[in-house]
Write a protein that binds this ligand. Structure first.
Ligand code: TXE
Length: 486
C-alpha cells in the first residue's frame, strides 16, 4: 500500500495472487489490507487536508505539479503499458493509448485549473457578491479492472488540480499500475499523504471507504449493482457520490451510411477491450434494407479478428480479465441460445496451445434473430458479444435504442445531416457518436443517463464534481436591516 508518502505493509498475513489473463498464471502478489489499514489511510488524508498547506496552494503551483506528473507518466509510458497488458490482458496498442490519455488528462487539468475560479454576481448595488469553488476534502476513488490506470487518472487529475486529498482503491484484480503511479506521484513532488493507494477487496475495503465519515466524496466506476450499494452506503453520511456504471449502448446504422466506416466502427464498438468497456456498442440496430448484407460482412470480419496474447504486437483482441468473468460471459451465451437467439459466429472460449492454453480468451461472438426481451439484449454482458436487430424506420430505431435501463452511449451512422440532429436529440445517452465510436476526449464530459450513473467525469464538469461552490455577499455600506427599529 502507499500511505502517507511511503510504501507500507499490513498486519494481515494473507496476500492476494495476481493472474496474467493470457496464460492464467500467477505473476505476483499484493497485500490484502484490512479495514483498519483503510481507516489509517483515511486519517492521513484527512489530516493533510485539514492541517497542511496543500488545499491552499496556488492554482499555478498545482498546475506545475500536474505537468511534472504528466511528464513522468510519459517517460515511464512503455513500462505502464506493459504492466497494464500484464494485469488486464489488453493488447499493447490499447494499453499505450490508455497511457497517452492519462498524460493528456494531467496536462488538461493543469491548464483548466488556471482559468478564473468563480463569478461576480449582478446583485443590487450595495452588495458585492461573488462565487468561488474550493476542494471538497477527502475523496474516495474506486476504480475497476477494465481501465485500471486510465480511470485512476480520470479521477486523480481533477481531484488533485482542485486541491483535494485522495484514497485511490484500485480493483483487487488489477492494482499494479495504480501502485506504480503512486511512485510517480511521489517522485513528481506530491506532498506525502495527498494521494494514498489502498488495494483490496470491494468488500470490506471499498465498502469501508464509502462508509467512512471522514470521506467527503466518492467517485466510483464499476457495475450498476455495486453502484447501488455505494449510493445507499453513502447516504448515511450524505457523502457526495458520482457513479459511472454499466451500459448497453446501441449502434444505429441507416441504409445511407458510409458502408466501410459503419462496418469498421460496428466491430470496433463491441470488440475494443474485448467488449469489457462501459460504452461498448453491444446492440447493433440495422435498417432492415441492409440487415442481411451488413450482418454477413460483419461475420466475415469478426472471424478475422486476431485474438491472442496482448504482448504479441499483431494481436487485435486480448483475453477477458479473469476466469470468473469469462465464465459469466459464457453463461450469457448459453442463455442467449436457450432463449432462441441465432448464433451467427463465435460463442465459445478460444483455445490456443501452451503457454496460452489456460488463457481466458473468447471468440468474437454475434447473435442475430434476437428480441428485445432476451437477457442478452437487456443485460450488460461486458464481453465480446454483439446482438443484431433490424429496424424499419427512424422512429423504430430511436425507440429500440432507448428501450434499455441504461443510457451511457449511442452510435449513429448516416450521411443525412438533418436526420443526425433529429436522432441525436431523441436518444437517451450521455455520449453520442456520429459516424465514429469510442473516442473519449478529456475535454468532453463523460457519463450516463438512467441507470448508467450519476455525475460526469472529465471536462470542466469534473472540476465541479471535486469542488463545492461557495457564495459570498459583502455589503458595501453599513446599513441596518430595518427589521427591528429601536
Ligand atoms: O465490478 P465491481 P465487477 C460491470 C460489468 C461487470 C460487472 C461486475 O458488467 O461484468 O460490472 O464487475 C469495488 N463498496 N462493470 O464485480 O464490483 C471493486 O473492488 C465499494 C462495468 O468486477 O463494480 C472494484 O474496485 N467498492 C464497469 C470496483 O468496485 C466496491 C467496469 C468495481 O468492481 C464494492 C467494471 C462495495 N460494496 C465492471 N464492491 C464500467 N462502468 O466500466 C466492489 N467494489
Amino acid at each position: 500500500m502507499y500511505v502517507g508518502g511511503r510504501f507500507v505493509g499490513t498486519d494481515n498475513a494473507e496476500t492476494r495472487e495476481l493472474f496474467d489473463p493470457a496464460t492464467g498464471r500467477a505473476f505476483g502478489r499484493v497485500v490484502e489490507p484490512q479495514p483498519s489499514d483503510l481507516r489509517a489511510a483515511v486519517r492521513v488524508a484527512r489530516k493533510v487536508f485539514d492541517e497542511s498547506e496543500w488545499p491552499w496552494l496556488s492554482a499555478r503551483e498545482r498546475a506545475n505539479l500536474l505537468l511534472r506528473i504528466a511528464t513522468k507518466v510519459e517517460e515511464l509510458g512503455e513500462t505502464f503499458a506493459r504492466l497494464e497488458t500484464l494485469q488486464t490482458g489488453k493488447p499493447l496498442r490499447e494499453s499505450r493509448l490508455d497511457v497517452e490519455d492519462c498524460v493528456q488528462c494531467f496536462r488538461y487539468y493543469a491548464g483548466l485549473i488556471m482559468q478564473p475560479n468563480g463569478m461576480l454576481l449582478s446583485v443590487p448595488e450595495s452588495v458585492h457578491s461573488y462565487t468561488f469553488r474550493q476542494p471538497i476534502g477527502v475523496c474516495g476513488l474506486i476504480v475497476p479492472w477494465n481501465f485500471p490506470l486510465l480511470i485512476a487518472c480520470w479521477k486523480l487529475a481533477p481531484a488533485l488540480a482542485t486541491g483535494n486529498t485522495c484514497i485511490l482503491k484500485p480493483s483487487e484484480w488489477t492494482p499494479v499500475t495504480a501502485l506504480l503511479l503512486a511512485k510517480v506521484l511521489d517522485e513528481a513532488g506530491l506532498p506525502p499523504g495527498v494521494v494514498n493507494v489502498v488495494p483490496g477487496a470491494g468488500d470490506p475495503i471499498g465498502r469501508a471507504l464509502v462508509e467512512d465519515p471522514d470521506v467527503n466524496r466518492v467517485s466510483f466506476t464499476g457495475g450498476t449493482a455495486t453502484g447501488l450499494n455505494i449510493l445507499q452506503a453513502a447516504a448515511l453520511n450524505i457523502t457526495r457520490v458520482s457513479l459511472e456504471l454499466g451500459g448497453k449502448s446501441a449502434v444505429i446504422v441507416f441504409e445511407d451510411a458510409d458502408w466501410e466506416c459503419a462496418v469498421d466502427h460496428a466491430l470496433f464498438a463491441i470488440y475494443y477491450g474485448a467488449g469489457q468497456v462501459c460504452a461498448a456498442g453491444s446492440r447493433l440496430l440495422l435498417e432492415s434494407t441492409i440487415h442481411d448484407r451488413f450482418l454477413s460482412e460483419l461475420k466475415t470480419r469478426a472471424e478475422h479478428i486476431r485474438v491472442g496474447d496482448g504482448f504479441d504486437e499483431s494481436v487485435e483482441m486480448g483475453p477477458l480479465v479473469s476466469e470468473a468473468h469469462m465464465r459469466r460471459v459464457l453463461q450469457f451465451i448459453d442463455k442467449g441460445r436457450e432463449e432462441g437467439a441465432q448464433l451467427v459466429t463465435g460463442g465459445k472460449r478460444a483455445t490456443f496451445p501452451p503457454p496460452l492454453a489456460q488463457g481466458y480468451f473468447m471468440q468474437p461472438t454475434i447473435f442475430a434473430g434476437v428480441t428485445s426481451d432476451m437477457s442478452i439484449v437487456r443485460e450488460e454482458i461486458f464481453g465480446p458479444v454483439l446482438t443484431v436487430q433490424p429496424f424499419v424506420n427512424e422512429e423504430d430505431a430511436v425507440r429500440m435504442a432507448n428501450d434499455s435501463q441504461y443510457g451511457l452511449a449511442a452510435g449513429v451512422f448516416t450521411r443525412d445531416v438533418a436526420r443526425v440532429h433529429r436522432v441525436v436529440r431523441r436518444l437517451q445517452a450521455g455520449i453520442t457518436w456520429v459516424n465514429t465510436y469510442h473516442t473519449a476526449y478529456v475535454e468532453a464530459p463523460w457519463g450516463g443517463l438512467k441507470r448508467s450513473g450519476v455525475g460526469r467525469e472529465l471536462g470542466i464538469e469534473a472540476v465541479h464534481e471535486y469542488t463545492e461552490i461557495r457564495q459570498v455577499q459583502i455589503s458595501t455600506v453599513y446599513a441596518k436591516s430595518g427589521f427591528y427599529p429601536a
